[in-house]
Design a protein around this ligand. Structure first.
Ligand SMILES: NC(=O)c1ccc[n+]([C@@H]2O[C@H](COP(=O)([O-])OP(=O)(O)OC[C@H]3O[C@@H](n4cnc5c(N)ncnc54)[C@H](OP(=O)(O)O)[C@@H]3O)[C@@H](O)[C@H]2O)c1
Length: 314
């Protein structure tokens, strides 16, 4: 059994480390990270307090699809940011690197459509994970938080069977996993949680708790949620009392900085196009207004470009 990790950054390296105990893993990632693993001869997994939990020696490594041209994998696990889904899959196609099944282990909505546009008729599985990971320095990954992973079939004749097969592999690798045959509801749910917390915390540079305790921020979060719930309903998904869930998550993670705020602080592109942007695109398809989602989407896009714009005009 062979698994390709397409986009071995934080979450990809973490899964690579666990999976390498039970299957043959190849990590495809950037030179600064993969090169260091190559030089040292191992990928190191650290606990949040810096202790070495695992040293992974037996993995294949690649920094471009051309290095693994012609290879066939049982599963290709896609762990790039949502906006890089099309480009990495196109590179794999052009390099004649193929999988029997593709597993998108990412946040956001719209990446499944991107994947199917590039790959055509393939077995596609969606994964949502609550594990947390980050790369403190090249060649190392911190397992920052333990959580559940849920898998569900999206497309393809054998997607259901492949979902069960991949769940078994994750279980053998000691990853807590559930199978949900209606994964779209969970994808929507997670997207709404992110849509309400991420842009507001990123624009205002506040920690997650601010969404609960600052009345004006809470007001905006509620508008984002209400709009999204209406779009989800048009999309055939009843999200129930997701409003309470959002504020419960924001309270539980009150001291955390959202991933979008962290991306913004590092000057990195955010996943907003696949969160509020995806909600707005679906709203437009159904003829629904989603003005607050659109406003925060555009504000975050403007902030992403602020540095270069300031350099251009001021
Ligand atoms: N980290 C977490 O704790 C966590 C938890 C749950 C879900 N997620 C989700 O998981 C996804 C990945 O997040 P992440 O934090 O792991 O991101 P990440 O650390 O940025 O990892 C993605 C890696 O893939 C690389 N990459 C992109 N295109 C590539 C290509 N064509 N060939 C080789 N490498 C390529 C990126 O390099 P460049 O940066 O140079 O493009 C980056 O190193 C996101 O959707 C995120 O929301 C993350």
């Amino acid at each position: 059994m062979r698994v390709l990790i397409a986009g071995a950054g934080a979450i990809g390296s973490l899964f690579a480390a666990y999976l390498s105990n039970v299957v043959r893993v190849c990590m495809l990632g950037r030179e600064w990270h993969i090169g260091e693993i190559r030089r040292r001869g191992s990928l190191i997994v650290l606990s949040p307090d810096g202790k070495v939990i695992r040293e992974v020696k037996d993995v294949d490594l690649a920094t471009s699809a051309s290095e693994i041209s012609g290879e066939r994998y049982d599963f290709v696990m896609v762990t790039v940011k949502a906006y890089d889904t099309s480009s990495i899959l196109r590179e794999l196609e052009e390099g004649d690197v193929r999988g029997d099944c593709y597993v998108l282990m990412q946040n956001g909505m719209g990446n499944e459509e991107d994947a199917l546009r590039v790959l055509g008729d393939v077995n596609l599985v969606r994964g949502i994970t609550n594990h947390g990971a980050y790369i403190p320095e090249p060649g190392k990954v911190v397992h920052a938080g333990v959580g559940e992973t849920v898998l569900g079939p999206v497309a393809g004749k054998h997607a259901k069977k492949k979902t069960l097969e991949f769940a078994e592999i994750l279980k053998k690798a000691s990853i807590d996993v559930q199978v949900d045959h209606n994964i779209q509801k969970l994808v929507w749910w997670k997207t709404v949680i992110n849509a309400a917390i991420n842009p507001l915390t990123a624009i205002l540079k506040i920690r997650n708790g601010g969404v609960v305790v600052i009345e004006d921020v809470r007001f905006l979060a509620e508008r984002i949620i209400d709009e999204a719930v209406e779009v989800a309903r048009a999309d055939g998904v009843d999200l129930g009392d997701v409003r309470s869930d959002v504020f419960r998550v924001a309270e539980r993670t009150a001291k955390n900085m959202s991933s979008m705020l962290q991306d913004m602080m590092r000057g990195r592109r955010t996943e907003i196009d696949y969160i509020n942007g995806a909600i707005v695109r679906k709203a437009e398809r159904y003829g629904i207004d989603a003005p607050v989602n659109k406003a925060v989407w555009k504000l975050v896009k403007a902030l992403e470009k602020r540095k270069e714009l300031v350099e251009l005009f001021i």
